[in-house]
Design a protein around this ligand. Structure first.
Ligand code: EPU
Length: 423
């Protein structure tokens, strides 16, 4: 029996919530521990399924992981292997992040090829292009990507890592990690500028890497021969922060959000305000969010950082389904990322989707029913919609939500939500 949330909606959220470390920063950071034999200690690591999957992957390669709450110690008692098995990679696409570190440190990686996912086709051509630019050879056989460095190791170079779809966060991170142990200088042009790339660069620098320009579209890495142990606290999760902003606003509530980085959400905050949400930036770690007197329609487009993140699109769509007027949403990162729209329509929303563009005609109230999550952020959006809806709703297949939110329902309950996990 699959676990679900049962949500009695219609209760305004109030109180304070503390944001966890970012999943999408912690995942590449964990992969980066492969770059050294020495011990890495990480703080503020969120407790969620994708992180457990990355632990399993690192353990299968030979790392020893000790976790106490949000602190994780990664040691290497024996030698490391270089094969990332299908059973783990097929659970999580971010497993590809071990490719760069393995090839840089061991000269070889065999990674089961990740397939498509619920967000549509997700190519890995940029990961391959980047590692080949560092002089590795890649071939795909029997569903595996087999990557080898030349005998003398990876060789730094100048490359452009963007494609017609823009930059890729994970490909940038993968090649950034590989370049830290390459010979000579690497310049990654067309790099992703997301805060998670910056956080990874911070850890790598603490490990002895020489990196400049992380957070801009050109990153320069001077290769070093070895990296050493380090200690690091993972940056706050900007997507979890945005999700709680919408949770407060959609329920007509008011909450304080602690331990976040408002600076990472500038464009989202601008659009949320335009949509009628009152957001006070108390200081560089704290926000106070209050629902406005009415929800207003806005148009927005998902784009790479510093613009509006695709990972908050679904949650904002849930909010806008209740806004006065018509909103047009253009999804440029994953045009297929609209599975939540059909489920919101089951709750009475008026959303039509065509070719990566959603048109929402706001309605006054959603009606409670059973809905099914089909991806992480879409699942969160359905929970938010259910919280705003009078009556009892069920959100099924919440394993998607467990992949990426740390203690989601516990945090919501503390804010006064009536939400229970049940079979
Ligand atoms: N792309 C390519 N070639 C590649 C890689 C990507 O063309 O080799 C394109 C994709 O088609 C897409 C864009 O680049 O249009 C970005 O997609 P990508 O799959 O590279 O994203 P990612 O770096 O793998 C990270 C986050 C995602 C987030 C995206 C976009 C992690 C572990 N994942 O994925 O997070 O949506 O960046 O910001 O960092 C989530 O947390 O819900 C999630 C899906």
């Amino acid at each position: 029996m699959l676990t679900k949330f049962v949500i009695e909606g219609g209760h305004a959220l109030s109180g304070a919530v503390t944001i966890s470390g970012a999943k999408n920063a912690a995942l590449p950071i964990l992969a980066a521990t492969i770059l050294t034999k020495e011990t890495i200690t990480l703080h503020n690591v969120p407790v969620l399924e994708d992180i457990s999957t990355m632990f399993s992957l690192l353990e299968s390669l030979g790392k020893k992981i000790t976790r106490k709450d949000n602190t994780v110690i990664i040691e290497e008692p024996n030698s490391l292997g270089y094969e990332a098995p299908y059973e783990i990679v097929n659970r999580m696409r971010a497993s590809i992040a071990v490719m760069g570190p393995l090839v840089a440190r061991l000269g070889k990686a065999i990674i089961s090829m990740p397939g498509g996912c619920n967000l549509g086709p997700r190519p890995i051509d940029l990961h391959i292009k980047g590692i080949e630019a560092l002089s590795a050879t890649c071939c795909t056989t029997h569903g595996n990507l087999d990557v080898s460095a030349p005998e003398q190791g990876l060789i730094g170079t100048i490359m452009n890592l963007s494609s017609k779809n823009g930059s890729s966060v994970l490909a940038t991170e993968n090649i950034l990690m590989a370049a830290t142990l390459s010979k000579g200088t690497t310049i990654i042009n067309g790099a992703a500028k997301e805060p998670e790339v910056v956080d990874l660069a911070k850890l790598l620098t603490k490990m002895g890497a020489k990196i400049s320009g992380a957070g801009t579209e050109s990153i320069t890495i001077e290769g070093v021969s070895t990296l050493h142990g380090a200690e690091h606290a993972v940056v706050a999760d900007r997507i979890e922060t945005g999700t709680f902003i919408i949770a407060a606003a959609i329920t007509g509530g008011e909450i304080t959000i602690n331990n976040c980085v408002p600076e990472h959400l500038e464009e989202a905050i601008r659009l949320f305000r335009e949509a009628g949400i009152s957001i006070d930036i108390i200081d560089d770690k704290t926000l106070f969010v209050k629902a406005g007197s009415s929800k207003k329609a806005v148009d927005f487009t998902t784009l790479p950082h510093p613009l509006f993140p695709t990972d908050l699109q679904s949650q904002f769509v849930a909010y806008l389904s209740l806004a006065e007027g018509k909103s047009i949403i253009t999804e440029t990162i994953y045009p297929d990322r609209f599975m939540h729209a059909a489920e919101l329509n089951r709750m009475g929303a008026n959303i039509t989707v065509d070719n990566g563009i959603a048109k929402i005609i706001g309605i006054k109230e959603l009606s409670s029913t059973s809905v099914m999550s089909s991806d992480l952020r879409g699942g969160a959006a359905l929970v938010l919609a259910a919280l705003a809806t009078k009556g009892t709703s069920e959100v099924l297949r919440i394993y998607h939500i467990d992949r990426g939110y740390d203690k989601f329902e516990e945090k919501l309950k503390k804010l006064g939500a009536h939400i229970t996990r049940t079979n």
